[in-house]
Design a protein around this ligand. Sequence first.
Ligand SMILES: *Cc1c(COP(=O)(O)O)cnc(C)c1O
Ligand code: SF4
Length: 345
Amino acid sequence: MVTNSPPARHSAAAASWQQQLAEAIRDPVQLLAELGLEPALLGDAAAVARAQAQFPLRVPRAFVARMRRGDPRDPLLRQVLPLALEQAAVPGFGGDPLGEAAARRAPGLLQKYAGRALLMTTSACAVHCRYCFRRDHDYAQDQASGESGRWEQALARVAADPSIEELILSGGDPLSLGNARLAELVHRVQDMGHVKRLRLHTRTPIVLPARVDQGLLTLLSGAAAQVLVVVHANHAAEIDAEVAGALAALRGTGATLLNQSVLLAGVNDATEALAELSLRLFEAGTLPYYLHLLDPVGGVAHFDVSEARARQLLRELNARLPGYLVPRLVREIAGRPGKTPVSSS
Ligand SMILES: *Cc1c(COP(=O)(O)O)cnc(C)c1O
Ligand code: SF4
């Protein structure tokens, strides 16, 4: 366990991360009831059922504990609650906007940018985020950890390409894997020699901080590669004392800690919310890295923030915070050699 985490405030804090994951809330009506809210908030029941069938609710109780009771507009709730309006077809939202099919190098391995490749280690996540660009990804067909091949084809490809200096473990969420499977990956990569940096893209330390256990810390401390952990928080209220403790423990392994966020209507599309997020992250030893404009996949249009508004927010953030606390506002455009910066002017 994280040594500097606070005393347990709710019973879940004492449970193992696996048990907390098993006890995650999956029923939207139950989630609303626990927050003292009416099921009518969801909208048309048949449409909600379709949204659930496509991408079901999943949220650990440790994350629910940070939501405000009785507030239908709580920014954390909005990120996880399936709504009927996801089913509305909106022009411009859908398909493969990121061009991932073209970037596939082996099952579960994407390479879009020079020097770094991204391994989709697992399809599982501790939380299901409604705005996720992978929400309708066909993982069954495309992930590196399939029953038979495991990561073999993807790792063979990385091993054969000395230009890959950085391997990004993504998913899904790589911290959905247990420490033994992660260790296997870390050691395989170590044996390749040319992979100097190992990066984890993970939201788990934010939504399920108990995942940052001693086994993980020992594994990261001992890795020969330089380790970066890029967490994903969108709102300051996501970072409570237990999360801050988990982040401090990760930093204690020598890893570089960065955060990426998505700019989301009704969650963080206000200068003050973004400023508070950066400040809270910094208090927890984590620098803001990217602020992504929403990827226009199907079902997420209600989270969209216009580019003009995004530029204005960036201008205001620049005027409010030291430069190192202003994330890079970016958009992903298929076929470009890196994320595309969106300037404030
Ligand atoms: C975003 C992304 C990366 C990482 O890009 P950085 O700018 O290095 O953070 C790498 N590979 C893929 C396929 C990506 O989508
Ligand atoms: S944790 Fe990341 S990959 Fe998983 S649902 Fe959320 S945004 Fe998507």
